[in-house]
Design a protein around this ligand. Structure first.
Ligand SMILES: Nc1ncnc2c1ncn2[C@@H]1O[C@H](COP(=O)(O)OP(=O)(O)O)[C@@H](O)[C@H]1O
Ligand SMILES: [Mg+2]
Length: 245
Protein backbone atom coordinates (compact mmCIF):
# COMPACT_ATOMS: atom_id res chain seq x y z
CA UNK A 1 0.00 0.00 0.00
CA UNK A 2 2.75 2.41 1.02
CA UNK A 3 4.41 2.27 -2.37
CA UNK A 4 1.25 3.42 -4.15
CA UNK A 5 0.99 6.67 -2.22
CA UNK A 6 3.55 9.42 -1.89
CA UNK A 7 1.91 10.67 1.31
CA UNK A 8 -0.23 8.85 3.87
CA UNK A 9 -1.68 10.53 6.93
CA UNK A 10 -3.39 8.37 9.50
CA UNK A 11 -5.17 9.44 12.64
CA UNK A 12 -3.41 12.79 12.54
CA UNK A 13 -4.41 15.20 15.31
CA UNK A 14 -3.15 18.57 16.49
CA UNK A 15 -4.45 20.98 19.14
CA UNK A 16 -3.30 24.44 20.14
CA UNK A 17 -4.13 24.80 23.80
CA UNK A 18 -7.61 23.35 24.00
CA UNK A 19 -8.35 24.19 20.36
CA UNK A 20 -8.48 21.05 18.20
CA UNK A 21 -7.26 22.15 14.79
CA UNK A 22 -6.70 18.77 13.11
CA UNK A 23 -8.80 15.85 14.30
CA UNK A 24 -8.09 12.17 13.52
CA UNK A 25 -7.34 12.93 9.89
CA UNK A 26 -6.76 10.11 7.39
CA UNK A 27 -5.65 11.07 3.90
CA UNK A 28 -3.65 9.24 1.22
CA UNK A 29 -2.21 11.14 -1.74
CA UNK A 30 -1.40 9.37 -4.99
CA UNK A 31 2.03 9.66 -6.49
CA UNK A 32 2.09 12.25 -9.30
CA UNK A 33 -0.70 14.72 -9.96
CA UNK A 34 -2.37 17.65 -8.25
CA UNK A 35 -4.44 17.29 -5.12
CA UNK A 36 -6.20 20.47 -4.03
CA UNK A 37 -6.90 21.04 -0.37
CA UNK A 38 -9.99 23.20 -0.01
CA UNK A 39 -12.07 24.40 2.90
CA UNK A 40 -13.06 27.55 4.77
CA UNK A 41 -10.54 29.84 6.45
CA UNK A 42 -9.43 28.33 9.72
CA UNK A 43 -10.20 24.77 8.54
CA UNK A 44 -6.64 23.71 9.35
CA UNK A 45 -5.13 23.59 5.85
CA UNK A 46 -1.92 25.46 6.65
CA UNK A 47 -1.57 23.55 9.92
CA UNK A 48 -1.73 20.33 7.90
CA UNK A 49 1.19 21.60 5.79
CA UNK A 50 3.05 22.50 9.01
CA UNK A 51 2.56 18.93 10.24
CA UNK A 52 3.61 17.23 7.00
CA UNK A 53 6.74 19.40 6.68
CA UNK A 54 7.84 18.93 10.30
CA UNK A 55 7.31 22.58 11.26
CA UNK A 56 4.89 21.20 13.86
CA UNK A 57 4.76 17.78 15.51
CA UNK A 58 1.36 16.06 15.66
CA UNK A 59 -0.21 15.16 19.00
CA UNK A 60 -1.24 11.80 17.56
CA UNK A 61 -1.17 9.92 14.28
CA UNK A 62 1.42 8.98 11.68
CA UNK A 63 2.83 10.62 8.56
CA UNK A 64 4.34 8.42 5.86
CA UNK A 65 6.30 9.64 2.87
CA UNK A 66 6.74 7.00 0.15
CA UNK A 67 5.88 4.39 2.79
CA UNK A 68 8.52 5.66 5.23
CA UNK A 69 7.40 6.95 8.63
CA UNK A 70 8.52 10.58 8.97
CA UNK A 71 6.36 11.45 11.99
CA UNK A 72 8.19 13.89 14.27
CA UNK A 73 11.09 14.34 11.88
CA UNK A 74 12.51 17.91 12.00
CA UNK A 75 11.70 20.13 9.03
CA UNK A 76 15.19 20.14 7.50
CA UNK A 77 15.16 16.35 7.37
CA UNK A 78 11.67 16.27 5.87
CA UNK A 79 12.99 18.67 3.25
CA UNK A 80 15.93 16.35 2.58
CA UNK A 81 13.49 13.48 2.22
CA UNK A 82 11.93 15.27 -0.74
CA UNK A 83 9.24 17.65 0.48
CA UNK A 84 9.22 21.35 -0.37
CA UNK A 85 6.67 23.98 0.61
CA UNK A 86 5.75 27.57 -0.10
CA UNK A 87 4.25 29.95 2.44
CA UNK A 88 1.09 32.04 2.29
CA UNK A 89 3.20 35.11 3.12
CA UNK A 90 5.87 34.13 0.52
CA UNK A 91 8.93 34.74 2.76
CA UNK A 92 11.09 36.19 0.01
CA UNK A 93 14.34 37.97 0.83
CA UNK A 94 13.06 41.39 -0.14
CA UNK A 95 16.39 43.19 -0.48
CA UNK A 96 17.89 40.42 -2.64
CA UNK A 97 17.38 39.95 -6.36
CA UNK A 98 15.14 37.34 -7.90
CA UNK A 99 18.16 35.25 -8.93
CA UNK A 100 19.67 35.52 -5.44
CA UNK A 101 16.38 34.34 -3.96
CA UNK A 102 16.41 31.30 -6.25
CA UNK A 103 20.10 30.64 -5.56
CA UNK A 104 19.47 30.61 -1.81
CA UNK A 105 16.74 28.03 -2.35
CA UNK A 106 19.21 25.86 -4.26
CA UNK A 107 22.00 26.41 -1.74
CA UNK A 108 19.92 25.49 1.27
CA UNK A 109 19.41 22.15 -0.44
CA UNK A 110 21.47 19.35 1.09
CA UNK A 111 23.30 18.12 -2.01
CA UNK A 112 26.71 19.72 -2.44
CA UNK A 113 26.93 21.13 -5.94
CA UNK A 114 29.48 23.09 -7.88
CA UNK A 115 28.69 26.84 -8.07
CA UNK A 116 28.10 26.64 -11.84
CA UNK A 117 25.60 23.83 -11.41
CA UNK A 118 23.78 25.76 -8.69
CA UNK A 119 23.52 28.81 -10.91
CA UNK A 120 22.15 26.67 -13.71
CA UNK A 121 19.55 25.09 -11.40
CA UNK A 122 18.45 28.50 -10.13
CA UNK A 123 18.22 29.94 -13.64
CA UNK A 124 16.26 26.95 -14.87
CA UNK A 125 13.81 27.34 -11.95
CA UNK A 126 13.32 31.01 -12.84
CA UNK A 127 12.62 30.02 -16.44
CA UNK A 128 10.14 27.35 -15.35
CA UNK A 129 8.30 29.92 -13.22
CA UNK A 130 8.38 32.50 -16.04
CA UNK A 131 10.47 35.05 -14.12
CA UNK A 132 13.89 34.68 -15.76
CA UNK A 133 13.63 38.18 -17.27
CA UNK A 134 13.37 39.55 -13.70
CA UNK A 135 16.55 37.84 -12.46
CA UNK A 136 18.29 41.12 -11.58
CA UNK A 137 15.31 42.84 -9.95
CA UNK A 138 15.06 43.18 -6.18
CA UNK A 139 12.20 41.10 -4.78
CA UNK A 140 10.82 44.20 -3.03
CA UNK A 141 10.41 45.93 -6.40
CA UNK A 142 8.29 43.17 -7.95
CA UNK A 143 4.54 43.24 -8.47
CA UNK A 144 2.50 41.05 -6.16
CA UNK A 145 1.95 38.47 -8.92
CA UNK A 146 5.64 38.29 -9.80
CA UNK A 147 6.51 37.82 -6.11
CA UNK A 148 4.22 34.81 -6.11
CA UNK A 149 5.96 33.35 -9.17
CA UNK A 150 9.37 33.93 -7.59
CA UNK A 151 8.17 32.11 -4.49
CA UNK A 152 7.11 29.27 -6.76
CA UNK A 153 10.51 29.31 -8.50
CA UNK A 154 12.21 28.80 -5.13
CA UNK A 155 10.17 25.63 -4.63
CA UNK A 156 10.80 24.48 -8.20
CA UNK A 157 14.55 24.94 -7.66
CA UNK A 158 14.53 22.04 -5.20
CA UNK A 159 14.46 18.46 -6.47
CA UNK A 160 11.55 17.59 -4.16
CA UNK A 161 9.05 15.03 -5.38
CA UNK A 162 6.27 16.41 -3.16
CA UNK A 163 5.44 20.11 -3.36
CA UNK A 164 3.09 21.70 -0.83
CA UNK A 165 1.92 25.06 -2.16
CA UNK A 166 -0.01 27.29 0.24
CA UNK A 167 -2.36 29.56 -1.75
CA UNK A 168 0.16 30.22 -4.55
CA UNK A 169 -2.59 31.51 -6.85
CA UNK A 170 -4.43 33.73 -4.36
CA UNK A 171 -4.80 37.25 -5.71
CA UNK A 172 -3.58 36.46 -9.24
CA UNK A 173 -5.37 38.04 -12.20
CA UNK A 174 -6.67 35.94 -15.11
CA UNK A 175 -3.51 36.00 -17.28
CA UNK A 176 -1.36 35.12 -14.26
CA UNK A 177 -3.74 32.28 -13.39
CA UNK A 178 -3.21 30.89 -16.89
CA UNK A 179 0.56 31.04 -16.37
CA UNK A 180 0.17 29.43 -12.97
CA UNK A 181 -1.91 26.57 -14.36
CA UNK A 182 0.66 25.83 -17.09
CA UNK A 183 3.54 25.83 -14.59
CA UNK A 184 1.78 23.40 -12.25
CA UNK A 185 0.84 21.00 -15.04
CA UNK A 186 4.48 21.15 -16.21
CA UNK A 187 5.63 20.07 -12.74
CA UNK A 188 3.23 17.14 -12.84
CA UNK A 189 4.45 16.19 -16.32
CA UNK A 190 7.98 15.90 -14.94
CA UNK A 191 6.75 13.51 -12.27
CA UNK A 192 6.16 15.75 -9.28
CA UNK A 193 3.26 15.52 -6.88
CA UNK A 194 1.58 18.80 -5.94
CA UNK A 195 -0.59 19.42 -2.90
CA UNK A 196 -2.24 22.78 -3.43
CA UNK A 197 -4.22 24.95 -1.03
CA UNK A 198 -6.54 27.01 -3.20
CA UNK A 199 -9.80 28.93 -2.70
CA UNK A 200 -10.63 29.66 -6.34
CA UNK A 201 -12.88 26.71 -7.10
CA UNK A 202 -12.73 27.34 -10.83
CA UNK A 203 -8.96 26.77 -10.69
CA UNK A 204 -9.44 23.80 -8.36
CA UNK A 205 -11.88 22.18 -10.76
CA UNK A 206 -9.58 22.62 -13.76
CA UNK A 207 -6.19 21.85 -12.24
CA UNK A 208 -6.88 19.00 -9.81
CA UNK A 209 -6.65 15.25 -10.17
CA UNK A 210 -8.21 14.95 -6.73
CA UNK A 211 -9.75 17.30 -4.20
CA UNK A 212 -9.67 16.96 -0.40
CA UNK A 213 -12.24 18.96 1.55
CA UNK A 214 -11.27 19.98 5.05
CA UNK A 215 -13.63 21.62 7.53
CA UNK A 216 -12.90 22.34 11.17
CA UNK A 217 -9.89 20.02 11.13
CA UNK A 218 -11.77 17.06 9.70
CA UNK A 219 -11.53 15.57 6.24
CA UNK A 220 -15.12 15.67 4.97
CA UNK A 221 -14.46 14.23 1.52
CA UNK A 222 -11.67 13.26 -0.86
CA UNK A 223 -12.30 12.34 -4.47
CA UNK A 224 -12.23 13.48 -8.07
CA UNK A 225 -13.21 17.12 -8.70
CA UNK A 226 -16.46 15.85 -10.23
CA UNK A 227 -17.28 13.86 -7.09
CA UNK A 228 -16.42 16.67 -4.71
CA UNK A 229 -18.23 19.42 -6.58
CA UNK A 230 -21.35 17.27 -6.75
CA UNK A 231 -21.67 17.19 -2.95
CA UNK A 232 -24.24 19.82 -2.01
CA UNK A 233 -23.40 20.00 1.70
CA UNK A 234 -19.86 21.00 0.81
CA UNK A 235 -21.07 23.95 -1.23
CA UNK A 236 -23.27 25.01 1.67
CA UNK A 237 -20.41 24.72 4.14
CA UNK A 238 -18.07 26.66 1.93
CA UNK A 239 -20.35 29.45 0.77
CA UNK A 240 -23.40 29.46 2.98
CA UNK A 241 -26.88 28.51 1.90
CA UNK A 242 -26.95 30.38 -1.41
CA UNK A 243 -23.93 28.55 -2.69
CA UNK A 244 -23.75 27.60 -6.32
CA UNK A 245 -20.56 25.94 -7.52
N1 LIG B 1 0.55 28.40 16.00
C1 LIG B 1 -0.75 28.44 16.31
N2 LIG B 1 -1.17 28.64 17.58
C2 LIG B 1 -2.47 28.66 17.91
N3 LIG B 1 -3.48 28.51 17.02
C3 LIG B 1 -3.14 28.32 15.74
C4 LIG B 1 -1.78 28.28 15.31
N4 LIG B 1 -1.76 28.05 13.97
C5 LIG B 1 -3.05 27.97 13.59
N5 LIG B 1 -3.88 28.12 14.65
C6 LIG B 1 -5.34 28.04 14.60
O1 LIG B 1 -5.68 26.85 13.95
C7 LIG B 1 -6.82 27.01 13.14
C8 LIG B 1 -6.52 26.60 11.73
O2 LIG B 1 -5.62 27.52 11.15
P1 LIG B 1 -4.97 27.29 9.73
O3 LIG B 1 -4.33 25.96 9.69
O4 LIG B 1 -4.09 28.47 9.47
O5 LIG B 1 -6.26 27.31 8.79
P2 LIG B 1 -6.40 27.53 7.21
O6 LIG B 1 -5.02 27.50 6.60
O7 LIG B 1 -7.29 26.42 6.74
O8 LIG B 1 -7.07 28.87 7.03
C9 LIG B 1 -7.25 28.46 13.28
O9 LIG B 1 -8.26 28.52 14.25
C10 LIG B 1 -5.99 29.12 13.77
O10 LIG B 1 -6.29 30.25 14.54
MG1 LIG C 1 -3.93 28.90 5.54
Amino acid sequence: MGADYILELSGLSKSFGGNRVITALDLAINRVGVTSLVGPNGAGKTTLFDLVTGFLAPDAGRIRLCGRDITGMPSHRVAQAGVVRTFQNLRLFRSLTVLENALLAVESDAGARAPGARLELAQRALERAGVARLAGVRAADLSFAEQKFVSLSRAIAKPAGLMLLDEPAAGLDAPSLGRFHAIIRGLVDEGRTVLLIEHNLDIVRRISDSVAFLDNGRLLAHGSPEEIFAIEELATLYFGNDAVI
